[in-house]
Design a protein around this ligand. Structure first.
Ligand SMILES: O=C(O)CCC(=O)C(=O)O
Ligand SMILES: [Fe+2]
Length: 232
């Protein structure tokens, strides 16, 4: 993940805008909750630092090759379980074969806190995520509409965004077509989808270059998703 020169001008404008136009918590569909600015600047910086260390091994960040021959524009690394299309493995079978780094306690705690913020303390305390995907988007990267469905249980997916904002498309559970809603995910935003929305199609249309906040030491977009695989 390259450290990039700051885009102070744009970011300053974005931050000023945020102060003028508060972005309220919103439930896009039953079980799909967007909590803008959930992570404060300090926690965003801390997570960026952790992402840097997770990206340094034992498994390298890589662009996933899809079975149809395409290559994803996003680069990613997994913790706990290595995600590859369309299964999880304890070893990075498509990139060197190293054992995946263990799922860090800090992300388990963060996941419970996130689910509690979205759904309340009962759901929060039950959440036991065991896999994390760290996705890195450069200015041109995007992610096509898909379901997260390699997990065997329907515990919610927790998504945390850092750095450059993006346009996130949240669709329906039937197919990748309409109806969908487009929502901007900015640095520090939490998005949780579970319950009736757990298997909704979703994707990232584009990043919004120049929107990373100043002071988190990172330009480009990072997204962390936490999942409970049920693989045991
Ligand atoms: O980057 C995002 O916001 C979404 C990532 C995602 O959908 C995934 O990793 O499955
Ligand atoms: Fe996904």
């Amino acid at each position: 993940m390259p450290a990039a020169p700051g885009a102070e001008h744009n970011s300053g404008v974005t931050e000023a805008f945020d102060a003028l136009i508060p972005r309220p918590r919103r439930e896009l569909a039953p079980g799909a909750v967007h909590l803008p600015g959930w992570l404060d600047a300090g926690r965003q910086r801390e997570l960026v630092g952790l992402c840097r260390s997770w990206a340094s091994g034992p498994v390298p960040m890589r662009a996933v090759k899809m079975p149809n021959g395409g290559v994803m524009s996003v680069r990613s690394v997994s913790l706990g379980w290595h995600w590859l299309p369309y299964r999880y493995s304890r070893t990075a079978d498509d990139v060197g074969g190293a054992a995946v780094a263990p799922f860090p306690d800090v992300l388990g705690d963060l996941g419970r806190e996130a689910v509690e913020a979205a759904y309340g303390p009962d759901e929060g305390s039950r959440y036991e995520p065991d896999a994390a995907l760290i996705n890195y988007y450069d200015d041109a990267a995007k992610m096509g509409m898909h379901q997260d469905r390699e997990e065997r249980v329907n515990a919610p997916v927790v998504s945390l965004s850092l750095g450059t904002a993006c346009t996130f498309r949240f669709g329906n559970t039937e197919n990748r077509n309409r109806p969908w809603q487009d929502v901007e995910l900015a640095s520090g935003d939490l998005f949780v989808f579970g319950g009736p929305s757990r298997f909704a199609y979703h994707g990232v249309l584009r990043t919004l270059p120049g929107t990373a906040p100043t002071g988190i030491g990172f330009e480009g977009r990072l997204n962390i998703t936490l999942r409970q695989t049920g693989l045991g």
